[in-house]
Design a protein around this ligand. Sequence first.
Ligand SMILES: Nc1nc2c(c(=O)[nH]1)N[C@H]1C(S)=C(S)[C@@H](COP(=O)(O)O)O[C@H]1N2
Ligand SMILES: [Mo]
Length: 181
Amino acid sequence: MMDGALAAFLRFFRILPLLMALAGLWLVAAPARAEDLHPPTGDVVLIVSGAIGLTNVAGEAHLDRAMLEEIGLEQFATTTLWTDGPQVFEGVSLHRLMEHLRAQGHTLRVEALNDYEIEIPASEVEKGGPLLAMRVNGVSLSPRDKGPIWMVFPYDSDARFRTDLTYARSVWQLGRIEILP
Ligand SMILES: Nc1nc2c(c(=O)[nH]1)N[C@H]1C(S)=C(S)[C@@H](COP(=O)(O)O)O[C@H]1N2
Ligand SMILES: [Mo]
């Protein structure tokens, strides 16, 4: 009896370094995962859900303005059907956002705050294509003026952006993108 207890005690000490190594690994790995996409601190302006590799809230990516700006701002000037004269749009490239969140799907369902929604094939989310604009001519877009996010295309740069399909994809008051497989 005594021998058995002693043997078990000694066995525990033999695997103790392994247990400590595993605990150490967990301590290092757990915070690193949490840092991949930190929780939003400001108002959430965009929720991305579905087939993405980075999430922070309930299996979705909840993004505030600062988080979108951290991904990288881009801008271009173009005229649009809905504005007078050339406008400078500034925001995050949809292509870049999809890369950042490690999106895997083939279709994006883009949803506005007002129930409008439309699907876009992932293959058409190209560099130099759709921009999630947060500012026009340096001024933040408010919800009453097509904000907080307006998906615009560089309409002036190529005739393929001046089609009814692209106009229909120019979703304003954009609030959510679901990545479908
Ligand atoms: N939020 C939102 N974005 C939208 C729409 C809409 O109803 N709501 N309509 C889309 C469609 S179908 C087109 S053709 C263009 C142009 O809409 P307009 O003719 O009302 O200017 O905006 C697109 N973006
Ligand atoms: Mo439309």
